[in-house]
Design a protein around this ligand. Structure first.
Ligand code: 4NP
Length: 166
């Protein structure tokens, strides 16, 4: 029997150099830790094209390294309509990203794949979006890594229940 197609998750932010590549890196690490590596596949992209082809921001890579995560070589790309057909779950980091993605959706099935990252925040989180760390200092990048790590633990636990039959 062939193995089932992996469940595909796409993380989206504005530039695809800070928040969404970090989400992808952290998701992959947590999924591997939980034994889901063969069952899921992640990618990330931006709603804007101005950083297309760039590596993640060096300040984000430094924050990821401080938290024990390593960069696997992602280059920035822009969200495209075909992503609705290629991914099971599309995760914007803030409400602007969500609006931009939904404005490209073709039907309700496309829109139903979109679930904001805040759905996996803890109930006591103050934020309703992953804050954009681009114009701030290192502590903002560390806070994003911490918030994404908490969120990815919840998302991966949800996928584990869904993808591994008891
Ligand atoms: P990201 O952060 O959306 O988390 O990748 C940003 C990256 C670049 C810019 C803004 C936010 N920018 O204005 O160039």
């Amino acid at each position: 029997m062939s193995s089932p197609a992996p469940y595909r998750v796409l993380f989206v932010c504005l530039g695809n150099i800070c928040r969404s590549p970090a989400a992808e890196i952290i998701f992959n690490a947590v999924a591997a830790e939980e034994g889901l590596a063969a069952l899921v596949q992640a990618d990330s992209c931006g709603t804007a094209s101005y950083h297309t082809g760039s590596r993640p921001d060096r300040r984000m890579l430094a924050a990821l390294e401080r938290a024990g995560f390593s960069y696997g070589g992602h280059r920035a790309r822009t969200f495209r309509r075909a992503d609705f057909s290629e991914f099971d779950l599309i995760v914007p980091q803030d409400e602007y990203n969500e609006q931009d993605i939904l404005s490209l959706s073709r039907n309700s099935a496309d829109a139903a794949r979109v679930r904001g990252m805040w759905q996996w925040f803890a109930e006591n989180e103050r934020e309703r979006s992953v804050p954009d760390p681009y114009y701030g200092g290192a502590e903002g990048f560390d806070a994003v890594v911490a918030l994404l790590t908490r969120s990815m633990r919840k998302l991966v636990a949800e996928l584990k229940d869904k993808l591994i039959q008891a």
